[in-house]
Unconditional design. Sequence first.
Length: 291
Amino acid sequence: MAQVSFDELLDAGVHFGHLRRKWNPNMAPYIFMERNGIHIIDLYKTQAKLEEAQNAIKQIAKSGRRILFVATKKQAKSLVSELVQKVNMPYVTERWPGGMLTNFATIRKAIRKMTNIDKMASTNSWTNLSKREKLQITRERAKLEKNLGSIADMSRLPAALFIVDINNEKIAVAEARKLNIPIFAMVDTNTDPTLVDFAIPANDDASKSIFLIVNSIVQAIGEGLNERKLAKEKQDIIDEAEENDEDVDIKSKSEAIVNAEEDADKSAEKGADKSVDSKPKRKRKPISKNN
């Protein structure tokens, strides 16, 4: 797994925090110093926390579970959607739908409604609708696609969340904590890292910083998926080899049984012939002539 170097973090501006008056005291362990009223994040700790998060999220992806990315900030929307689509993971870059995790059944109903509209558009009933009805349904479909299109293939609750700015996604954090879903997040100097399970201290406002952190997480997920694919292929080869071995064993056993039966038949025939040959012949009495 490719590790992010200190120089890359420095060039991306990951070390820039917020003004001192906006800081959260819980971020004190991750702050290196203060300069011109701005807190500077300790990049060595960022590097260590990022590596820890990469290893954990890689194992989740390797197990075949889904990770939901949440980034509704303007500077993170396009970056996150482009990167996450590479590993085919669900993401939310528009408004967070309230109750998306705690009321997941209702969200699934809305997604099914979207698929039903798509099915109806390809049937004859669509042509029988008026122009006004078609326009209303099309607008509703576009609205659902905008808010829920990126999670349409998420059939169950995600195994983990990755959040870019937890201050901006308070509802998502609260729902995940209520359901005990692990949270991976970029935490700036104005956030509370104790709210998440895997905190990555980093600048969550600069697009370069967001791209670097999210890209490293996506790469870790990609490696986990590749390892899962290779392990599955290896297991399929092993299963196929075992099936072939079983077939060979069955064939060899059946041939051995047939050979044993043939040998038994031959030995039985030989024994029968030998018994016939060894049976004493009855001697005929000589006929005496009467004088």
